[in-house]
Structure formats: C-alpha cells, structure tokens
Design a protein around this ligand. Structure first.
Ligand code: FAD
Ligand code: SF4
Length: 463
C-alpha cells in the first residue's frame, strides 16, 4: 500500500506557519522503498528533468543507507530537500512510474525528502560541510538570479571547476523559494541549508546587486566574465485589467507573499513590515500562487475564498495543495469571473462584482474555455482582493540590453543550447519559459551549465 505522508492536523495548522507535511517516519520510508520494483529500465528517471537515479536512491533507503541515498540524489540534484517538498511529482517522475497504471505510484517525492532531511537531523555529518572545493580556476562565470535555475547552474559549474559569481538583487538568496512559497510548505531553514550547500561547493554569492542597474552585462564582461547565465525569473505581477484594481485593499500576489515570507509580516510587530488586510479576503486564480495566498490569509485569521473561472479539473495547482486548502476550510467559488472591484467613498475595496461562467470548447492551452453566462452577475461581500493570475518575465535586463532579443511575451529568446542573441550570454528558467516549475527551472540550470562548459572549451580551443 502507498504510504501516506504524516501532516499537522488542519485545525492545528491553520493557527501556525509551521510546515504542514511532517514527512515519512523511518518505518514508512522503508515500507515505501520496498514497494519499488527496481525496474531494469526505469521510466521514472525519464520523467525527472534532472535525471536522478530514482531506483538507485530508493534501494539505498531500503538498505538503511540514508546518507548514501542523499549522495546518490545529489549526483544530479543540488536542491533535493526543496524538490522533495514542492515538485509536482504527480505530473513528472511519479506519472511515469509503472505502478501509476494501478494508481499507486511510488511516493518518490516523499522518499527524496526523507533522504534529503538526513542533513537536517544530523548537521554535524552534513554533506555540505564535507564537500571538497574543486579548483582554484581563474575562468570566471557570472550567474544572475539565485532561484532554482541560478542555484543549479552555479553549483554544477563550480563542481566542474569554474569560479562562479552568483548575483542576487534581494538581500536573501533563493528566488521564489524564499520570497514566494510560504514557510508552511517550504521552511526557510531548508532553503538556507540548500543555498549553503551551493556555497560549499565554491559558489560566491553576492546579494543586493541588481544587474542592469548596479552593473550591466557589458560591465560583467569587462570585469572578466567568460560567460553569463541569466536566471532572473518571472516576478512581474499580472493584473486583470478590470475597474477598481487601484483601490486600497487590492494586492498583487507578489507583494502579498513577499511581505509575508521575505519580510515576515506574519510576525508583525516582531518584524517591522505590516500587512493591512481586511477581514474578508478573496483570492483570484487557480495556480500554486493563488493557493499559497489563500492559505496564508487563512493563517492570518481571515475569512477567505478563492475565485476561479474554470472548474477544479482545470486548476494548474498541485493536487496535494488543493486538498490541503480544502481541509483548511478555504471556500471555492468556481466558474466565476471577476468583472469589477467595487470601492467605498474612502477609496477602499467593499465588494467584487463577478459573473458566472460555463465551459465551452478547448482553447490553445487544451483546457475548456470559460464562457460568461448572460445576466448572471452578482456581488461578493469582501474587503480585500489578492490577484494571483500569473507572473510575467522580469523586464529590466532586456530593457537595458537592447542587443538581447526577446519574444513577444517578454521572455528572453534562446537557441537550442540556451544561448541568447548575445554570444556568451545564456538564459534559462522562468525568464525563458514564463512562470513554470522549480524542477523545470533546475533542468534549465543543469543544461545551461553543460552548454556554458562546452562554449568555454570551444573558445579555448579556437585560441
Ligand atoms: P526565480 O525563482 O524567480 O528566481 C529569480 C531570481 O532572480 C530572484 O531571486 C530575483 O530576485 C533575481 N533577480 C531578478 N532580476 C534580477 C536582476 N536584474 N539582478 C539580480 N537578480 C535578479 N513551482 C513548483 O514546482 N512547485 C510549487 O509548489 C510552486 N509554487 C509556487 C508558489 C509561488 C508563490 C510562486 C510565485 C511560484 C511557485 N512555483 C512552484 C514556481 C517556481 O517557484 C518557479 O517556476 C521557479 O522558482 C523559477 O525559478 P527561476 O530560477 O527561473 O526564477
Ligand atoms: Fe520504482 Fe516506479 Fe521507478 Fe519502477 S518506475 S523504478 S517502480 S519508482
């Protein structure tokens, strides 16, 4: 039987920001590892964008060799404790597991987390602290952005022997892992530990440096960079374009989550950043970001509902998080489209006018298109709106670097090797795909590291 991951009870967890999932016990991990068929040609590995030897690490868990299991995962994945917590495995490795045909795939994510948390339990024998620096290379590579794409590329390049400088505009590394995904899904001690691992392999991290302002791409080359990897993500909030979006009480998901996660507003006044929400919150959207906002609002004691224009089947959020949110009493308003945010005489939100929808023919995304039902308008009695309908690529670097070709949707153009229109400048992660997933950003980071290594070697040979 597939082992069920232990969790904090819903009635308890809505009162705190501690991690909801408690992971596998030793007994559960062994029981789950026993279920793995150790396929000779494992399909699960093909479903993993960074190509972890999944049966290999599961077998080590089965033998009680938890540290070796972690080392096996780290051969391919620099951030296993993060992936074990937030990867949408149901669409990736687990969907390829042969047992998924019987609807009981191996719980690969929970096993990955179990192996990765070895370092949390036994920090004195941590793998980070025992890592040997690879070389004193003078070949300098610059990575811009310390989200999963940047961290992965930086660590892989450092392991190949390059001197890697990683620039981050915020005061803390991790990208969305630090400022977006809430503590109760991804504790920040875990992110810090994985960032420490990346530094332990030789990466030099420089925070509070905004590339495009503090230093330009040309400056980086002048200062000796042999190649540059742009991993600046998609953090530009998208709005609905409906009346009332400038009213007091309307937040973008980015602002809301950054205040809460990065600036610790949930611990106000201990931390200086406040978050002035009303009592009746509506979150608009159906992805991971929308669910994170809604579950944060619930923990802040607000009456919270989620408005989504399609049905639950079309929601892009991870299934586990949808179930968790439902258990936490989030109210779902499906097939509902906001059309206007209503304000009072003080310019504050006092309602949300919506229209009912029905599903029509599939659109370009393959999902059935929501179509308004005539004369079905109604008003929701709310005082706070959080807009979580997607993010666009960060535009700064492409704006100040005209030679950098972009696509019509603002993503940076790259060729098959992730090289941009500027020779020696590579890009990957959300900045080339638009908002995607942690593991696809990491896959891009891995590919970029390989391509940058090839680029430098080819350049050296041609000298
Ligand atoms: P990012 O993580 O966005 O990192 C980019 C970094 O670059 C940031 O730190 C930024 O500050 C920095 N930067 C930007 N511009 C500059 C500059 N000019 N100079 C220097 N630094 C710069 N995915 C999942 O797989 N599972 C989930 O459960 C999940 N939940 C999510 C929840 C939220 C709230 C959000 C917002 C996203 C979620 N995602 C999830 C998506 C996932 O986090 C992203 O796809 C992933 O983080 C993209 O990685 P990245 O490295 O490309 O960019
Ligand atoms: Fe194990 Fe499933 Fe991978 Fe086969 S496909 S090796 S059963 S996890």
């Amino acid at each position: 039987m597939r082992q069920k991951v232990r969790q904090q009870l819903p009635e308890e967890r809505i009162k705190n920001f501690q991690e909801v999932s408690l992971g596998f016990s030793d007994e559960q991990a062994i029981a789950e590892a026993k279920r793995c068929l150790q396929c000779k040609q494992p399909k699960c590995v093909q479903g993993c964008p960074v190509g972890i030897d999944i049966p290999g690490f599961i077998n080590l868990i089965l033998q009680g060799k938890r540290r070796d299991a972690l080392l096996k995962i780290r051969e391919k994945n620099n951030l296993p404790a993060i992936c074990g917590r937030v990867c949408p495995q149901e669409y990736q490795c687990e969907s390829e597991c042969v047992l998924s045909k019987k609807n009981i795939p191996i719980n690969i994510g929970a096993l990955e987390r179990y192996a990765a948390d070895y370092e949390l339990l036994y920090p004195s024998v941590s793998i980070s602290s025992s890592y040997k620096l690879q070389s004193e290379s003078k070949q300098k590579i610059v990575v811009v952005g310390s989200g999963p794409a940047g961290l992965t590329a930086a660590a892989d390049l450092a392991k190949m022997g390059y001197y890697v400088l990683l620039f981050e505009s915020l005061h803390i590394a991790g990208g969305v892992l630090s400022y977006g995904i809430p503590e109760f899904r991804l504790p920040k001690t875990i992110v810090r530990r994985e960032v420490d691992y990346v530094r332990s392999v030789g990466v030099e991290l420089c925070t509070d440096v905004l590339i495009g302002r503090t230093l330009t791409i040309d400056d980086l080359f002048t200062q000796g960079a042999q190649a540059i990897f742009l991993a600046v993500g998609a953090g530009l909030p998208q709005f609905l374009g409906i009346p009332g979006e400038n009213l007091k009480g309307v937040f973008s998901a980015n602002e809301f989550l950054t205040r809460v996660n990065l600036m610790k507003a949930y611990r106000f006044p201990e931390y200086a950043t406040p978050i002035n929400l009303g009592d009746k919150v509506v979150v608009i959207g159906g992805g991971n970001v929308a669910f994170d906002c809604a579950r944060v609002a619930i923990r802040l004691g607000k009456d919270t509902q989620l408005v989504y224009r399609r049905t639950e089947n079309e929601m892009p959020a991870r299934k586990e998080e949808i179930e968790n949110a439902r258990a936490e009493s989030l109210k779902f308003r499906l097939l509902t489209q906001p059309i206007s945010i209503l304000g009072d005489k003080n310019g504050s939100v006092c309602g949300l006018e919506c229209i009912k929808m029905q599903l029509g023919q599939p659109d370009d995304s393959g999902r059935r298109r929501p179509v308004p039902i005539k004369d079905s308008n109604f008003v929701l009695d709310i005082d706070t709106v959080i807009v979580a309908i997607g993010q666009r690529p960060n535009p700064l670097i492409s704006k100040v670097t005209p030679q950098l070709k972009t696509n019509p949707n603002g993503t940076i153009w790259v060729d098959d090797n992730l090289m941009t229109s500027l020779p020696g400048v590579f890009a990957g992660g959300d900045i080339i795909t638009g908002a995607d997933t942690v593991i696809s950003a990491m896959g891009a980071g891995k590919k970029a590291a390989t391509q940058i290594d090839k680029f430098i070697k080819t350049k050296r040979e041609s000298l």
